[in-house]
Design a protein around this ligand. Sequence first.
Ligand code: ARG
Length: 248
Amino acid sequence: GACGKGQEAANSPGSTAANAGGKVYIVGTDAAYKPFEYVNDKGEIVGTDIELIKKLAEIGGFRVDIRNIGWDALFQAVQNGEVDMAISAITITDERKKTYDFTQPYFEAHQLIVSRADHPVRSVEDLKNGTFPVGVQNGTTGHEVVKKILGDTNPRIRSFENTPYALKELENGGVGAVVADNAVVDLYVKENPGSKLVTADDPMFEKEYYGIMVKKGNAELLNLLNSALDKAKKQGLLKQIFGAGAVE
Ligand code: ARG
């Protein structure tokens, strides 16, 4: 029951009044995943995912109230109706599809290993053979793949509440590598040249596709989002927003 909040929601941070009168959907995200969703200097929730959902709202004639609730809370929040949908660079997986519904894919990604140039980790083999701790964001596909490589209960796995914490720990020397989504890692390395980080891809990292997640069975919202995505794709908007990686 997160709809029909009208005025109230229009004035709250993150909402857009672009479609006055349209239904308001509450959108949850973990805004610590630049370039997809992050908080800018002004305290606003911005990023390519945010641009996308605002564009879809414009196309579909609805409004969005975007809330930064963090990754760990996100799944539960969709499940219990606290938010209507989640957009957060979420990979569509078979496991998640058991509990949630996803839109058609809008972005193609894969995992990357990032390490310090003075102790480079060049492959999954290097990762497996090392003795250093490996940082991941808790409950992500990066976490899953590291569990697969090192074994579910390997004490070398250190899971963090968000990806920036894991990356900070890599710079501090607390972990020897981090595994996370390619675009996020690539941008971090580029924006922090002083940290001297290097990335490595590996054939075992499979293609992943991001989708917008809704409560299982919410066909009305799913259809609305999917048809807005159809239109956005036809207009070339995904390429415009995401560049390389956009799923047309
Ligand atoms: N794509 C990965 C996953 O779905 C990581 C997403 C993390 N997103 C975020 N906003 N922290 O598991």
